[in-house]
Ligand binder design. Structure first.
Ligand code: MN
Ligand code: MN
Length: 468
């Protein structure tokens, strides 16, 4: 063996996933990504994404667990929580006491929520007040076409679903920004202060109603249109949940179409690949579970987030419907033997901003699924930091199944940081590691991912379900 060969054998070097893929794999990747773009376009809110996931599951034979008294190997079930959170399970051939394999992604994304009393008129224009949701750079949300999605209840309790701005024939909405000519003071501000939260008001109309009796004529026009089209009044906004999201569709990016650009890829890219993983897993030995949660972007709290008891209650229900009982020992044994991939996106090195990453340990777009041992900030605070035993176990499963993967961390030490649902899964006493797709422009209205990484994330979840 030459020294060069020995050196190559002794050193580790990550690989570009595209360079390792066969023609068949590339074909499969393009098909997967074509379907993924539709998944993104049809599910721009947690509710819409859940509806889409539910339809996909039902068309593949998954049944509502509420309608089933007992479970057996091969059964496919789901349980929905408040239209925003779903757990899917495929019952494995192993005894449930050996544990289950869980993949968990979140389906909420950063956005602008309407306030409870949003509509007002100013300078003969009607606008909607918003309160942003999740970590956004506010300036990115001005001067782009926006759509209105959500649910609103009429006085007599009818639930109206809003979706305005997605069809070619629909109008869109927007947040205006200052012209550069008059932005001397604004441009001198820090970027965090350049656009203020209370200025994220959405333009919704500008045509005064033809009347002498009402002062707020533009607001009157909008209220009349809302009432004619949806049967709602201003009061109905008080209980409504309405989200403002980018109106554009998911697109292929690059002449070679190697990337996907779209809103909401954090974390619907992992939600989608998780769903495909559990759907395609063939006769899993351990029971396979997938959970899609809400509220991750604001700390996983609330009854539809990962901190909700919904997950534990549903696991207990599955154990009881499988074995006839679920005592505390039964439950604890199942949990202690279980494992989870927290499927969430990672930060990809951006060629324009290399300095925030430490390139030996950062993830690169196109280099496959990223396995993130720890997240957190200021010395790993707020992270679950996966055990070496578990990282080895997952790495081996990925290698044995031809998955191209890399490790990653969220930026240089002390550059910033963040967290995922992993820490909350870990608190239940389950082995867990973050594992997902590297993203460029994360949390922006148009996030970018590499198709090879999406494909490798899918292959990772499939390998985990079929082999652990
Ligand atoms: Mn995320
Ligand atoms: Mn996020």
């Amino acid at each position: 063996m030459t020294d060069k060969e020995l050196f190559n054998e002794l050193t580790y070097k990550r690989k570009n996933a595209y360079e390792c893929m066969t023609d068949n794999e590339k074909q499969e990747m393009h098909e997967l990504c074509d379907e993924y773009r539709v998944f993104l376009d049809e599910g721009k809110t947690e509710r819409e994404c859940l509806d889409k996931a539910l339809l996909m599951a039902q068309s593949r034979g998954f049944k509502d667990i509420n309608s089933i008294d007992s479970l057996k190997t091969g059964d496919k079930v789901y349980k929905v929580n408040r239209n925003k959170n779903i757990l899917l399970a495929v019952i494995g051939s192993d005894d449930i006491s050996k544990g289950f394999n869980l993949v968990g992604a979140h389906i909420d994304s950063p956005r602008l929520d309407l306030k409870q009393n949003p509509l007002y008129e100013s300078n003969d224009m009607a606008l909607l007040k918003t309160h942003y949701y999740g970590g956004i750079k506010k300036y990115q949300w001005t001067t782009i076409p926006l759509a209105i999605h959500g649910v609103i209840f009429t006085k007599n309790g009818e639930k109206v679903t809003l979706n305005i701005g997605e069809k070619e024939s629909d109008p869109v909405f927007c947040i205006t920004d200052l012209l550069p000519h008059l932005a001397k003071d604004q441009m001198a501000k820090k970027m965090t202060d350049g656009i203020e939260g209370e200025n994220l008001n959405v333009l919704i109309g500008g045509m005064p109603a033809d009347t002498k009796e009402v002062k707020e004529k533009v607001k009157f026009t909008i209220l009349k249109l809302l009432n004619e089209r949806y049967g709602i009044t201003e009061r109905d906004f008080l209980s409504a949940e309405i989200e403002i999201v980018p109106a554009f569709k998911a697109r292929n990016v690059g002449l070679d179409e190697s990337f996907i650009g779209a809103y909401g890829q954090d974390d619907r890219v992992c939600a989608y690949t998780t769903l495909k993983g559990i759907f395609d897993a063939k006769n899993p030995k351990k029971t396979a579970m997938a959970i899609l949660v809400d509220k991750e972007e604001i700390g996983s709290a609330g009854n539809t987030g990962m901190l909700s008891a919904f997950f534990e209650m549903t696991v207990a229900e599955i154990i009881e419907k499988l074995t006839g009982k679920c005592g505390i020992t039964d439950y604890n044994t199942v949990i202690a033997n279980s494992a989870c991939l927290s499927s969430d996106v990672g930060a990809a090195v951006d060629p324009n901003y290399e300095s925030v990453s430490e390139k030996m340990n950062a993830a690169f777009a196109g280099y496959g699924m990223v396995l993130v041992k720890y997240t957190g900030a200021r010395g790993k605070s707020g992270s679950s930091d996966a055990n070496a035993e578990f990282v080895y176990e997952i790495g081996k499963i990925l290698d044995d199944n031809g998955v191209i993967w890399q490790t990653g961390e969220l930026g240089k030490v002390d550059q910033g940081g963040g967290g995922t649902i992993a820490q909350y899964v870990a608190n239940l006493n389950i082995d867990v590691i973050d594992c997902g797709v590297p993203v460029l422009s994360m949390h922006a209205p148009f996030e970018v991912t590499a198709k090879s990484d999406i494909y490798m994330a899918y292959r990772s979840y499939l390998a985990f379900y079929e082999n652990r």
